[in-house]
Design a protein around this ligand. Structure first.
Ligand code: SAM
Length: 240
């Protein structure tokens, strides 16, 4: 794999603080919250902008599948500026990679030079601005053939009272966890992944949690930042 010689990203400095939390371990309400979400369907109406964004990308996905009936999709959730989306597209030339982030300033940041300077010139990817709380439900209904589902460095929300802002504490968790033959999460906060792993047990999924090798090539700007700060990055993965 080519070396990334440049990150064009302001996140990539080496002064990232270690996450602190007022929790002493796995949140005591985690199981209760996950069970509630598994037994009460999430019915909040879709936001118009996400529905539109989904309709647009779904058309492209369906065109890709019409051309290639055995084609597969990789979903890069919370993709930020889309560095991982580009890398994954370049590494999986036969697959369509869809990166999704709710932040228009991240999605629209000009990172074109990144491809050229680093030898990653792929055109098998799209970046979509959308809220995953809605987007996940639309993807599930459309039954996209997702091989790998990445969630790289989700916002940690480390305060105890914010459990339900973490993906495993959210109402969309039952849908999120149903997407992808493989699910791969990364975080610099091990407790986040331990909680996610425990939440996944409610749907009979056993995750594998391990630290990333120190010399692992960063997939994302946040990973580069944490590595530059000497922090350990963790990966939690599931295979169905
Ligand atoms: C810590 S950043 C990580 C970005 C990138 N994966 C990386 O590692 O460089 C978390 C990203 O999640 C996105 N995000 C948070 N909640 C989201 C949601 N509900 N829908 C879509 N994106 C979301 C944020 O906009 C942000 O870009």
């Amino acid at each position: 794999m080519n070396k990334i010689t440049r990150t064009n990203l302001d996140e990539a400095s080496g002064d990232s603080k270690i996450i602190t939390t007022n929790q002493s371990g796995i949140h005591e309400k985690l199981d209760e919250v996950v069970q509630r979400h598994l037994t009460h369907p999430f019915q909040k109406p879709y936001q118009v902008h996400t529905q539109k964004a989904f309709d647009d990308i779904n058309e492209r996905v369906q065109a890709f599948l019409a051309d290639k009936p055995d084609g597969k999709v990789i979903l890069d959730s919370c993709c930020g500026v889309g560095q991982s989306t580009r890398l994954l597209a370049s590494l999986n030339p036969d697959t369509l990679v869809v990166g999704v982030d709710k932040s228009s300033s991240r999605i629209e940041r000009n990172v074109e030079g990144f491809d050229v300077e680093n030898g990653y010139q792929a055109d098998n990817f799209y970046l979509v601005r959308a809220d995953l709380n809605d987007f996940y439900r639309l993807v599930e209904a459309a039954n996209w053939p997702i091989t790998k589902h990445y969630i790289l460095y989700p916002n940690p929300w480390p305060k105890s009272k914010h459990l339900q802002r973490r993906w495993h504490g959210s109402a969309v968790f039952p849908t999120l966890i149903s997407l992808g033959e493989e699910i791969i999460l990364r975080s610099n906060w091990r407790l986040y992944l331990e909680e996610f792993q425990q939440a996944a047990k409610h749907v009979n999924l056993t995750g594998h949690l391990a630290d990333l090798a120190r010399d692992e090539q960063p997939l994302t700007p946040f990973e580069a930042k944490y590595q530059a700060s000497g922090q350990v990055c963790w990966q939690l993965s599931f295979t169905r």
